[in-house]
Write a protein that binds this ligand. Sequence first.
Ligand SMILES: [Zn+2]
Length: 213
Amino acid sequence: MKNEFQSDRATAEFTVKKEAEANLPTEFGLFRIVGFRSETSDEEFVALVKGEIKPDCATLVRIHSQCLTGDVFNSLKCDCGPQLERAMEMVQAEGSGIIVYQHQEGRGIGIVNKIRAYALQDEGADTIEANLRLGFDIDHRSYDQCAEVIKLLGARRVRLMSNNPDKVRALRDAGIEVVERVPLEIKPKAPAFKYLITKKEKMGHLLQLNGIF
Ligand SMILES: [Zn+2]
């Protein structure tokens, strides 16, 4: 059955499938919430969508990786919660856009391991050292299926709200034209300084970090 977000293109190339869609009124405005499931794993994806998504328009897009501590508990150890809120505000102001919520907590290591990493950070490790000491890679995330979600929603040209060059590369590799990277920089508070400096200096994130330096 077709719906307003599905294109006429064949979906055989996709490994995610749209399963459900509904209205979601929020503090920032009215969105459509769309649920997807991976056909190759147990992973689920949620997209907040606003307005009409057209392949020829440069759609405002964010891939937001789940951060329970930041998104739900307003943790000051990272900037995830305020980034998500800013992205919703920007899509609302634009009148259209897509936010893909990716359930890959803690750069893919899961919430319990992320708490283990936080314990190591309490002892002085940075976010990368902590992951490596726990036997994980620096970043477990893959954005391939997020790119599929963006395509299934009808976007082919995007203005990506992100500081992460890996996300820009991943979308380009998936055949999505990234016409602009829209910085999403939040004025940080002290508990996040070390995390953000590590992201800038060791992970290549495109951060100005005004207020720290
Ligand atoms: Zn976070």
